[in-house]
Design a protein around this ligand. Structure first.
Ligand code: SF4
Ligand code: SF4
Length: 194
């Protein structure tokens, strides 16, 4: 059996779906594409494929297309999809596993900004124990050379007190660092990718 993907004919290969299931502990073949996950996802409009479309691609074995998708990096891990799925598929866990697989296989994302944001977000969280938006934005601007993009929006947020210049000290900062260390040890993720 074959699947036609954008004028390319690709043989259907279930081994990728099995690998995703093994990594995430989920059964993505149970997905019957009711679209409930995508309908509730707060960032779906920024994704290149909706979560259920990505699952269909994974079911068909479109490994490269799935692992290079910006969808997996834009997922904010809010768990809305997992709560809505009638088949009890923890979509969030699958997204996390896909990120790990993409990192391990060194597959580049279709939009460079997506994994950059993900890594900057995690590194900010590890450093301050909570997200400090001002430094997160500064790091992203430096990495993407987009210094003037969204400046007006940033100013508006600053005026409303949504962005503070200095980070607050978080009580559980040490524990959060320990958590990061442990996750990295278990997943064998090199320090520079977090
Ligand atoms: S809610 Fe569940 S079954 Fe429905 S499309 Fe999403 S993953 Fe598939
Ligand atoms: S966990 Fe990710 S995919 Fe699921 S609803 Fe939230 S952002 Fe969307």
């Amino acid at each position: 059996m074959q699947v036609i993907w954008r004028e390319e004919t690709i043989p259907i290969d279930f081994s990728f779906m099995e690998a995703v299931n093994a990594q995430s502990g989920q059964q993505i073949q149970l997905c019957y594409h009711c679209h409930k996950c995508g309908a509730g996802c707060p960032v779906v409009s920024f994704m290149d494929y909706t979560p259920d479309k990505l699952f269909r691609m994974a079911q068909l074995g479109l490994k490269r297309q799935v692992l290079s998708s910006s969808t997996i990096w834009l997922c904010a891990a809010c768990h809305t999809c997992a709560a809505r799925c009638p088949n009890d598929i923890d979509v969030t866990k699958v997204m996390d596993s896909l990120k790990e697989m993409a990192q391990k296989e060194k597959i580049k994302a279709s939009r460079r900004i997506a994994p950059l944001f993900h890594r900057a977000f995690l590194s900010n969280l590890r450093r301050f124990g909570q997200i400090h938006e001002a430094s997160l934005m500064a790091v992203l601007k430096l990495k993407t050379f987009s210094f003037f993009r969204d400046v007006m929006l940033g100013l508006k947020m600053f005026r409303k007190g949504k962005i503070v210049l200095l980070p607050k000290r978080t009580k559980g900062r040490k524990q959060i660092r320990k958590l990061f260390k442990e996750i990295r040890r278990r997943a064998e993720i090199p320090a520079e990718s977090q």
